[in-house]
Ligand binder design. Structure first.
Ligand code: HEM
Ligand SMILES: CC(C)=CCC/C(C)=C/CC/C(C)=C/COP(=O)(O)OP(=O)(O)O
Length: 312
């Protein structure tokens, strides 16, 4: 009897922990951290202190989780109506908004304390700016009011790259701002490709995502324009900034070619959901590999190997 009660309590506790985990939209956080790591390695020119890395990624995780939990509280009405989001912890009644708010405040506070105490004030303030921008500008001001919601709001998702650089150098030069710009330019193709697939959901709750208001043709046209700016911009890290080298340049060029091809194919058949899905999925791989390219390119072993290549 006691054993059965204990096992029930364990199970209940497990469910509660899982619900809080879900509240942070955990699947998105790893890619945000990958952009932070790219900023760190670029700033450290291949050498990053493991303790600094750990604390920065932990602080970044806590800040992003806090931002997502706050977003879940604010958007609980539309999340309840949309099929994709109906099972989130707040609309499904697993977590009360008040408890979620306490959780989000605790995460945000912990992030600020960790980053300011063990990293530096600039990175802590940037992470806080990310939370405020995502909530106040994207979620509150823009999401339900303009088709440009994710273009301007996308700046929040680009801040973790700045956090990474600032954690190592305690400043912000052209190179981190370019990395910021790459994530910023990448966000519209990333999100609109997905929005093309789930536009009926957004239409149902009156969120003016571009495909809902302007239609598929205009959206794929915009995706194409942003992709056309993104791909050449990614090479600016090599020249004129010299913040990354030829290996990264090669990776960026190959990834960029595939990105442009997928965006172009989608532009030809704007209603094809498979092409939209393909671009959305590739957008995630693109950002992951682009950042991996920055990291690998910065490593001393890469410099050594590139140095041993015969001059052409
Ligand atoms: C305003 C900007 C953005 C919006 C509106 C947006 C929106 C979304 C949405 C609605 C999903 C589907 C998630 C779900 O089904 O619950 C998604 C997936 C995803 N997003 Fe974004 N996103 C944005 C920016 C970013 C940024 C900056 C990153 C990271 C650098 C990112 C990384 C991801 C990843 C990794 C997934 C796939 C998650 C999975 O495996 O299901 N997103 N995004
Ligand atoms: C430094 C720092 C903490 C930055 C915060 C970055 C951050 C949390 C970016 C998230 C971007 C994102 C996935 C938005 C989802 O949009 P949505 O909320 O409209 O998606 P939904 O339709 O799934 O709810």
């Amino acid at each position: 009897m006691i054993e059965a009660n204990l096992s029930q309590t364990h199970q209940r506790l497990g469910e509660i922990i899982y619900s809080y985990y879900q509240l942070t939209k955990p699947r998105i956080i790893p890619l945000l951290l990958v952009t932070t790591a790219a900023g760190m390695w670029m700033a450290g020119e291949g050498k990053v202190d493991p303790f600094l890395l750990l604390i920065t990624l932990l602080g970044g995780t806590l800040a992003a989780a806090s931002a997502q939990a706050l977003n879940c509280i604010y958007d609980r009405d539309i999340d309840y109506t949309m099929e994709r989001t109906r099972h989130r912890p707040i609309p499904s009644g697993k977590i009360q908004p008040r408890d979620a708010a306490l959780f989000a405040i605790a995460l945000g506070t912990l992030s600020f304390i960790l980053l300011s105490a063990f990293v530096n004030l600039l990175s802590a303030l940037l992470a806080m700016a990310g939370i405020v921008f995502y909530m106040a500008i994207y979620t509150h001001l823009l999401k339900r009011h303009t088709t440009q919601n994710i273009v301007i709001g996308g700046a929040a998702g680009a801040i973790p790259a700045l956090v990474g650089w600032a954690a190592v150098r305690n400043d912000l030069t052209w190179a981190p701002w370019l990395l910021f710009a790459l994530v910023f330019l990448w966000t519209p193709p990333h999100f609109w490709a997905l929005a093309l697939m789930i536009k009926d959901d957004y239409a149902q709750v009156g969120v003016p995502m571009l495909p809902v208001v302007a239609g598929e043709e205009a959206t794929t046209g915009q995706i194409w324009v942003y992709s056309l700016i993104l791909v050449p911009s990614s090479l600016l890290l090599v020249y004129p900034l010299h913040a990354s080298g030829l290996l990264y340049g090669l990776v960026a060029a190959i990834l960029g070619f595939i990105f442009l091809k997928k965006a172009w194919l989608l532009k030809q058949v704007p209603t094809d959901k498979d092409l939209a899905r393909s671009l959305f999925k590739f957008s995630i791989l693109y950002m992951m590999l682009l950042c991996a390219g920055i990291v690998v390119d910065s490593l001393p072993i890469t410099h050594y190997l590139v140095g041993t290549l015969p001059n052409i």
